[in-house]
Design a protein around this ligand. Structure first.
Ligand code: TGC
Ligand code: FAD
Length: 393
């Protein structure tokens, strides 16, 4: 059943004044696209646990893939704040739709742009930017999630090729991907980036079923059994874990903005419901306890908006540190999850249905709290940054 999206933008502290006309235009365009293409269908796709693949083309058309990458390489040529604003509007629709864009732009196009050869850039980036190719990013393994440096996926040199063996787990878009950026250790134990193409013999990408979260996003494995990968498919300009981790910095930055979108959608729905729902002869929004919830929600959203905006200004100068990005990802995703839970309560029993977006956002945000570095891993990154003492080992 198609639903009408009644969302109205909330800007309690006038943060819009800090945005340029281009940022606001990007936001309006993406918001309009989400209202037209995502909101009417997302509850049904989520309910069926089906990925709305047809949105890939539209995401490309609105410039959601690599908004801050150069235009000549398939990106949007905008700044980091525009990238954040776009992720926020997409996640206002659904975290899974934002994931489609995060993976394609920040985890597939970005590493090819930053670490690829000119030939690799010309071969893959325009097709990824236009949505003709779908990409995925393989770092996590069944036994190595928070600690990717323990990975056992490996490449061994064999003439003009490398032979790739191993497996990756929890990979967004893998079953539908044409191209996978895969991180594997070479014979010296150094992490290298490898571009693997669909159809290479020995490569499969089975879907993972049974998720209660991010149900409108497709997730799978990547399995490599003696996959022969030409040497020209190795990303030549990076070696070591900083390769994948710097892609994660780019994507985590987008999530720090994106999660605010999910929170805004929950707040917006709860605010409207609190004025319309009558109990004890009054709108429930007139009760102090409901007002406390709403007041705290908009306070936390406003703090998160300011954190994201400041991070964006640092990112535009190339000065956003990985630890600053971790702080914003951790804070803003947790904030959004708490708001989804409170908003669900304001909707009473109706809050558990797909008539309202809160429960879907809440379930999605459980994944967002875990992927791209868990809530606790980001806390430990901040802990390391402020103490200089490493809790990881
Ligand atoms: P460590 O020794 O700290 O670092 C190794 C090298 O990497 C550098 N580095 C970074 N560079 C850029 N950005 C970052 N965020 C970086 N973090 C570290 C670091 O300076 C060092 O460089 P160098 O030159 O000295 O070699 O590495 P460690 O093994 O101790 O690990 C630290 C830890 C635990 C923080 C890291 O492993 C980590 O972040 N773990 C979490 C793993 C994770 O986030 N996985 C995400 C998988 S992808 C995903 O979830 C996609 S979801 C997509 C979607 O659908 O949206
Ligand atoms: P583990 O690392 O086993 O962690 C389990 C628990 O232990 C967590 O609470 C963690 O915080 C805690 N823990 C671990 N180490 C420590 C420590 N040192 N101190 C304290 N606590 C610790 N990965 C990709 O590479 N590409 C993708 O596209 C991708 N998409 C995903 C999509 C979905 C839907 C999901 C759920 C995951 C996705 N991931 C992807 C994987 C994701 O990044 C990992 O799930 C995440 O990094 C955590 O790894 P793990 O699940 O193995 O948990």
């Amino acid at each position: 059943m198609a639903r009408t999206d009644r969302y109205e933008h909330h800007d309690y502290y006038g943060i819009d004044e800090l945005l340029s006309d281009d940022h606001k235009l990007a936001r309006e365009a993406v918001q309009a696209w989400v209202k037209k293409e995502v909101s009417p269908i997302i509850e049904d796709y989520s309910n069926r646990s089906e990925c709305p693949h047809h949105l890939f083309k539209g995401l490309a058309e609105i410039g959601a893939f690599g908004p801050s990458l150069p235009v000549e390489y398939g990106g949007g040529g905008m700044d980091e704040i525009a990238y954040g604003v776009i992720m926020q509007e997409l996640e206002r629709g659904d975290s899974g739709v934002r994931s489609m864009a995060s993976v394609q732009g920040s985890l597939v196009m970005y590493p090819i742009y930053r670490f690829g050869s000119e030939e690799q850039k010309r071969k893959y980036l325009p097709k990824l930017g236009s949505g003709e190719y779908i990409g995925c990013f393989g770092l996590t393994e069944p036994d190595h999630g928070s600690n990717p440096n323990g990975m056992i996926t490996n490449i061994k040199e064999d003439g003009d090729s490398y032979i790739l063996n191993g497996a990756k787990m929890w990979i967004t878009n893998s079953p539908v991907a044409d191209v996978a950026v895969v991180w594997a250790k070479d014979e010296e134990g150094i992490v290298r980036g490898v571009i693997v193409e669909k159809g290479m013999p020995g490569f499969s990408a089975p879907e993972i079923h049974g998720k209660w979260s991010l149900r409108a996003s497709i997730t799978g494995e990547l399995v490599f059994e003696d996959v022969r990968v030409p040497k020209e498919n190795i990303l030549p300009n990076v070696a070591g874990l900083k390769g994948p981790l710097s892609c994660l910095s780019k994507a985590r930055y987008g999530i720090a903005w994106g999660a605010i979108g999910a929170a805004l959608d929950c707040y917006d729905s709860a605010l409207r419901y609190s004025k319309e729902r009558i109990q004890f002869g009054k709108p429930i929004g007139q009760f102090q306890l409901t007002q406390k919830k709403l007041a705290e929600m908009i306070t936390e959203i406003t703090k998160a908006q300011l954190l994201a905006w400041r991070l964006g200004t640092l990112a535009n100068k190339g000065e956003a540190s990985p630890a600053q990005i971790s702080m914003a990802k951790r804070n803003n995703v947790h904030m959004a999850l708490e708001i989804a839970r409170e908003a669900r309560q304001i909707h009473g029993g109706m809050g558990i249905t797909n008539e309202y977006p809160c429960m879907r956002h809440m379930m999605n945000l459980e994944t967002v709290l875990t992927y791209e570095g868990t809530h606790d891993i980001h806390l430990l990154i901040t802990g390391l940054d402020v103490t200089g003492l490493n809790a990881f080992g």
